[in-house]
Design a protein around this ligand. Structure first.
Ligand SMILES: NC(=O)C1=CN([C@@H]2O[C@H](COP(=O)(O)OP(=O)(O)OC[C@H]3O[C@@H](n4cnc5c(N)ncnc54)[C@H](OP(=O)(O)O)[C@@H]3O)[C@@H](O)[C@H]2O)C=CC1
Ligand SMILES: O=C(CO)COP(=O)(O)O
Length: 332
């Protein structure tokens, strides 16, 4: 087992820290807010981000000191809101041990650059790509935190590193598969959040399962086309990190993206939905980045375009559906 540091004690970072501790690792959480550090270190709880867990494992510790956090780490896990990852990680550059592995749990595309989190993390930390791991799957944090059975996928261009990381995060209730398709994991996890926003809107607007199935199925087609054009393996989109995560995220009010969309569908503005959101809804910033990716790779992205149009305040939900499904007849 290993010394593992998790950067970011949000809902998923804290939950994954618990998984790692249950798997027998020594876990150090790093967070900016002193009250979160104090709560995890001294009271074994994270009432701000993960109130459903009443007692975190005793082998989980926390610090706000960057050097102390990563100085002795074998593995560093990054679980910071995607749009802030680069600026947060640049402050760790030069502090990590030479052979450290770095795993990302994040599901987002950097808005200003259109870059995936594997690109952001390796650039910010000056890390060789074979020591970067992506971890993605149908993993709603509250259910994993309750130790309900779940599975994920660990990806690395060096498959031995993926296997090592998978072993480090496997428990009786959490199963990790491996792949070398890092790009596929990154894009499947990030792009499904845009689909979850649209499905949430549809339910919020009062529509039922047919509409949801239409959006999910066409959404899966769109994200797999963008993904494969960008270099991902098609099969990744039909696995746990693709269709698996779509099923979980588009079907649960525990998803912040689904709920954000639901609130928009009910008539809230983006500002109002942001205010009541219980954590980051990555799809809001990622929608525009998906449109840009589509343009870059010459793939049509009607769903992402329509979602981006709506969150930018341009159109209603009914207009969004019309933009997604124009009148012309096309092959499925
Ligand atoms: N929740 C889930 O079920 C799952 C989430 N994910 C992905 O994991 C990532 C993290 O999600 P989650 O933990 O749930 O999100 P939360 O919204 O609960 O937490 C976001 C985390 O990012 C941190 N953060 C934000 N801005 C900064 C900054 N400038 N510097 C340092 N830290 C910062 C927050 O710190 P602070 O608390 O101080 O604001 C917090 O720790 C996201 O990309 C999400 O898509 C993946 C799978 C499942
Ligand atoms: O990615 C997730 C589940 O796999 C969590 O989705 P949200 O970020 O929408 O809560």
């Amino acid at each position: 087992m290993a010394n593992i540091t998790v950067l970011g004690a949000g809902a998923w970072g804290t939950t994954f820290g618990q998984v790692l501790a249950d798997a027998g690792n020594d876990v150090m959480m790093w967070a900016i807010e002193p009250e979160i550090v104090d709560a995890i270190e001294n009271r074994h709880v994270n009432p701000v981000r993960l109130p459903s867990v009443k007692e975190l494992p005793a082998t989980m510790h926390a610090t706000g000191d960057r050097q102390e956090a990563v100085g002795h780490a074998d593995v560093v896990v990054v679980a910071i809101a995607a749009q802030f990852a680069r600026q947060a990680l640049e402050q760790f550059r030069g502090l990590l041990p030479a052979d450290v592995l770095v795993a990302s749990l994040m599901k987002g595309i950097e808005k200003d650059t259109g870059k995936r989190m594997d690109q952001v993390v390796t650039e910010a930390l000056d890390l060789p790509s074979d020591r970067f791991l992506a971890i993605s799957g149908p993993n709603l944090s509250k259910q994993v935190a309750a130790r309900e059975p779940a599975a994920t996928v660990v990806g690395c261009t060096d498959i031995d590193n993926a296997r090592l990381m998978a072993k480090l995060c496997t428990t009786k209730y959490f199963k990790a598969f491996i792949t070398s398709d890092v790009i596929g994991l990154e894009l499947a996890g990030s792009l499904k959040n845009v689909v979850a926003l649209a499905v949430g809107m549809s339910h919020g607007a009062g529509f039922g399962e047919n509409t949801a199935a239409m959006i999910e199925t066409r959404g899966l087609r769109e994200i797999s086309e963008v993904g494969t054009a960008a270099g991902a393996l098609p099969e990744t989109f039909y696995g746990l990190a693709g269709v698996g995560d779509l099923i979980a995220t588009c079907g649960s009010p525990l998803s912040r993206n689904y709920t954000f969309g639901y609130n928009l569908g009910k008539g809230m503005s983006v500002e109002e939905a942001t205010k009541v959101s219980n954590g980051v809804a990555e799809g809001v910033a990622t929608a525009g980045a998906v449109v840009a990716l589509g343009e870059q790779y010459h793939v049509d992205t009607p769903l992402a375009k329509a979602v981006a149009h709506l969150v930018q305040g341009g159109i209603t939900f009914q207009q969004m559906i019309a933009e997604m499904f124009p009148d012309e007849v096309t092959m499925e």
